[in-house]
Design a binder for this molecule. Structure first.
Ligand SMILES: NC(=O)c1ccc[n+]([C@@H]2O[C@H](COP(=O)([O-])OP(=O)(O)OC[C@H]3O[C@@H](n4cnc5c(N)ncnc54)[C@H](OP(=O)(O)O)[C@@H]3O)[C@@H](O)[C@H]2O)c1
Length: 211
C-alpha cells in the first residue's frame, strides 16, 4: 500500500530527485511544471505538497494552487539567492515564514533546502548519510516530513519552530557557497553528530572493518 500522496510542484532538479526517491520508498508521487491548470489540480490531489519551484516563482505557484493547499502539509525547500548565487534571503523573517503567512490554512515545513538536489533521492553524499534538518510549527506535519526523510535514507533532525527556518536558509546558502563558489561540487552535505543518529559513525565502521 502506498505511504501517501505527494504532489510536487516543479519538476526540475529537486522535483525529479525527490520523486525518484519517494517512489522508490513506496509513496505515490505526481509532479508538474509550469502549467497553471495542472498545478491547481495536482495540489488538490496531494496529501502533502512539495513546492519545488525557483524562489521568484513561489508567489505565482501559490496563486496557481488556488485553495488546493488547504489543510495540507506544504514543504518549502527553497533557497533564496540572486542571479550571482549571493544570499538574497532575510535573516529576520525566513522565506518559509513568509510562505506560511500566504498559506494560512496549511502547515509549512522547511526541509530539504540544506541538501543538494543530487543527494535528495537517497539522503547520501560521498557515501555517507546526511542530516535532514526540518523546521515547522505543527508536530503532526513535522512527523510526516521526518518519516519521509527516514524512508529516503536521511538522518532527520527537528530544528524547531518555523522561525528557525531562517537559520536553515542560511545553512542552505553555506551549502551552495561550498559547492559552487568554493568549487567542492555537489557530492557534499551536512551531518549533525548526535547520540541518536541512525547512521553508523565512520570511525566505528572503520574499526569494524579492521576487526
Ligand atoms: N538544485 C538544488 O540543488 C537545490 C537544493 C536545495 C534547494 N533547492 C531549492 O529548490 C527549489 C527548486 O530548485 P531546482 O533546482 O529544482 O530548480 P529548477 O531545476 O530550475 O526547477 C524548477 C522547476 O519549477 C518549475 N516552475 C517554475 N515556475 C513554476 C510555477 N509557477 N508553477 C509550477 N512550476 C514552476 C520549472 O518549470 P519550467 O522549467 O517549465 O520553468 C521547473 O520544472 C528552489 O527554490 C531552490 O532554491 C534547490
Amino acid at each position: 500500500m502506498a505511504k501517501g500522496k505527494i504532489a510536487i510542484i516543479g519538476d526540475g532538479n529537486v522535483g525529479t530527485n525527490l520523486k525518484k526517491g519517494l517512489e522508490r520508498t513506496g509513496y505515490e508521487v505526481r509532479s508538474v511544471g509550469k502549467e497553471p491548470d495542472k498545478v491547481r489540480e495536482l495540489a488538490k490531489w496531494g496529501e502533502c505538497i512539495i513546492l519545488a519551484v525557483p524562489p521568484n516563482e513561489i508567489d505565482s505557484a501559490v496563486k496557481e494552487m488556488g485553495d488546493g493547499f488547504k489543510g495540507k502539509v506544504v514543504i518549502d525547500p527553497s533557497n533564496i539567492v540572486d542571479a550571482s548565487y549571493d544570499f538574497a534571503g532575510d535573516v529576520d523573517r525566513s522565506g518559509a515564514e513568509k510562505l506560511q503567512a500566504q498559506l494560512r490554512d496549511a502547515q509549512v515545513v522547511k526541509a530539504f533546502n540544506t541538501v543538494f538536489a543530487e543527494n535528495m533521492s537517497d539522503g547520501k553524499a560521498s557515501g555517507e548519510t546526511l542530516t535532514l534538518f526540518y523546521a515547522g510549527n505543527d508536530d503532526k506535519a513535522k512527523k510526516q516530513v521526518r518519516e519521509m526523510g527516514e524512508a529516503l535514507g536521511f538522518d532527520p533532525v527537528d530544528a524547531g519552530p518555523l522561525s528557525n527556518a531562517r537559520w536553515l536558509e542560511t545553512l542552505g546558502f553555506l551549502n551552495i557557497t561550498l559547492g559552487y563558489k568554493q568549487e567542492m561540487g555537489t557530492d557534499i552535505g551536512f551531518r549533525l553528530v548526535h547520540p541518536d543518529a541512525k547512521t553508523e559513525r565512520p570511525t566505528e565502521m572503520a574499526a569494524s572493518q579492521r576487526a
